[in-house]
Structure formats: C-alpha cells, structure tokens
Design a protein around this ligand. Structure first.
Ligand SMILES: Cc1cc2nc3c(=O)[nH]c(=O)nc-3n(C[C@H](O)[C@H](O)[C@H](O)COP(=O)(O)O)c2cc1C
Length: 265
C-alpha cells in the first residue's frame, strides 16, 4: 500500500510525529507533503492519506484549512488524522474530521498527541513539565493508535472493510475556537526586530505561511493584516532577533526538544 502524509508543522513536532507514524507502520509506505512548502502531489496515486497539523487555538491553523479546501472531491478515500497539542486540543480533531468528510474522505482513525508547547508566552512563564510530554501513558496510547492504524491498513489491502471513526464535538473547545480565538490575535501585541541581531537571512519570511513578513530595503517588518500570530517567525529566527513587548529571546522554540526527538526517533 502507498500512503501520503500531508502535514502542517511550525516548529517540527508534527513533522516528527508524521515520520514516526511512517516508521512504525509496516503495511504501507508513506511519502510526505509539507503544506507550508507547497509543491505537486497527486492523491490518486495513494491508497491512504494521513493529515496532521499542530493545534492553533483549539482548532486547525488557517493555512491547513485552506489546504483542505483546495483538495479535489474524493469518493470515500481512506484517510486518518492526527494533531499535536500542548495543553488542550479543543475541537481540532472534529474540525479536521468535518472538513475532510465534506471533501469525501473516509476517516478511519484519529489521534491527538500531547507534546511540549511551542507557544512562546507560555514557555516564557516556564511552566513545569513542559519537556515531559508526552508522558508514558500518552506515548503508549499514541503507539496503540499506530498499531490499530496498521491493522486497518492491512484490512484495506485485503479488500476488507474498515469502519469510519466517530468524533464528538468538544463543546468547550468549540466555544473557545469560535469566540476566544479571534481575540487571541491582539494578545501577541506588536512584533519588533532587533536590528543589531538581524542578519537578513530571510528565514522568517520562509517559515511564514501567511506571507506576512515584509523585507523593506535592509529592514524586516510585519504586515499586521496578513499575520495570523502563529509565532513561526519568532520561533524559527536563528538570531532570536524577533520579539514582542512581553516575550523576548528566551521563550523561543527552534524545533522539537531533545526529549521529544528521543521518544519519536
Ligand atoms: C499560536 C499558538 C497557538 C497554540 N494553540 C494551542 C491550543 O489551543 N491548544 C494546545 O494544546 N496547544 C496549542 N499550541 C501548541 C502547539 O499546538 C504545539 O506545541 C504543537 O505541537 C506545535 O506543533 P509544531 O511543532 O508541529 O508546529 C499553540 C501554539 C501556538 C504557537
């Protein structure tokens, strides 16, 4: 069986998760599509599609939603979904499920994996146990999800039927993403660039999936109306030159921490 995993990852956790799923599935071999980088792919070439994203305010990031909207209508193509989150996954799974079903995918498995947070204000507060997640039980559940998925893929390859999963709406997550998410934009505040640190390497522009980073002469600025406050520019700046009034330098998250990389190796 041939599979494709389409993922959206700002700071590498979801990418690591995607690769870990591939390594531990024996009944299919997966190609990867990083939706932030774009490129060509043909869904018809694949028997099963995985969709993975990070959680952005209790739901999907906008760029992931646009990606799903851009897909062609399918006829019950088998798919599975997963998301990484750090404190409360909210309604992310249900949003993914609903959107992908509208596009004609049949969702046979779903999972949310807790990982260390990439949200800088939270990291700045140095909450305890940030690096511990997923804990033993959460990691075990994630491996159970992969084993089950492997079994389903085996069934599909033998042309036996697999039931669709059922995902309930998380009412609190739904309310938060509907009413609080739009307000989170202002929480970040204005972003600044330390001209002494910035080397104009362009990394912030490369990782910004919303085209909000503007290079003007020898200055980096941000287009406020395009910015979705995903903190990708802040987290990925090699010089730690980007900062806000409340968060500077120390809370940066340049890719998954060692503990997570060890678990998902
Ligand atoms: C702006 C922003 C919003 C986030 N919102 C949530 C959230 O609502 N719930 C949650 O549990 N984690 C949230 N997170 C944490 C990320 O989903 C989590 O760290 C994820 O693993 C990052 O994945 P990535 O490394 O693939 O980008 C948020 C992170 C950022 C930067």
């Amino acid at each position: 069986m041939r599979g494709l995993i389409c993922y959206c990852s700002n700071t590498g956790n979801t990418e690591l998760t995607s690769r870990y799923i591939d390594k531990n599935i024996s009944n299919a071999q997966f190609d990867f599509y990083n939706i932030s980088e774009g490129g060509y792919f043909n869904l018809d070439e694949y028997d099963i599609i995985g969709f993975g994203t990070y959680t952005h305010w209790w739901g999907m990031p906008e760029v992931f939603e646009s990606f799903i909207n851009s897909l062609n209508k399918q006829e019950n193509k088998n798919a599975f979904i997963f998301n990484t989150y750090s404190h409360f996954s909210g309604n992310t799974q249900k949003c993914m499920y609903t959107k992908l079903r509208e596009k004609g995918f049949k969702i046979i498995a779903a999972h949310s994996l807790r990982v260390p947070t990439s949200y800088p204000p939270k990291r700045a507060r140095k909450k305890k146990k940030i690096k511990d997640s997923p804990n033993f039980k959460e990691f075990w559940k994630f491996n159970c999800f992969i084993n089950k998925l492997d079994g389903y893929i085996d069934r599909i390859s033998k042309e036996r039927s697999v039931d669709e999963v059922k995902i309930r709406t998380n009412v609190i997550g739904f309310l938060l993403s509907k009413y609080i998410k739009p307000k989170m934009k202002d929480i970040t505040g204005k972003k600044y660039v330390d001209a002494k640190l910035c080397t104009q390497c362009g990394e912030c522009g490369r990782v910004c999936t919303y085209g909000a980073v503007v290079f003007k002469k020898d200055k980096v600025t941000f287009n406020k109306s395009k910015c979705r406050n995903c903190w990708a520019c802040f987290n990925n700046c090699p010089q730690q030159a980007i900062y806000t009034e409340n968060v500077k330098g120390a809370a940066q998250y340049r890719g998954p921490c060692k503990q997570l990389a060890m678990k998902l190796k």
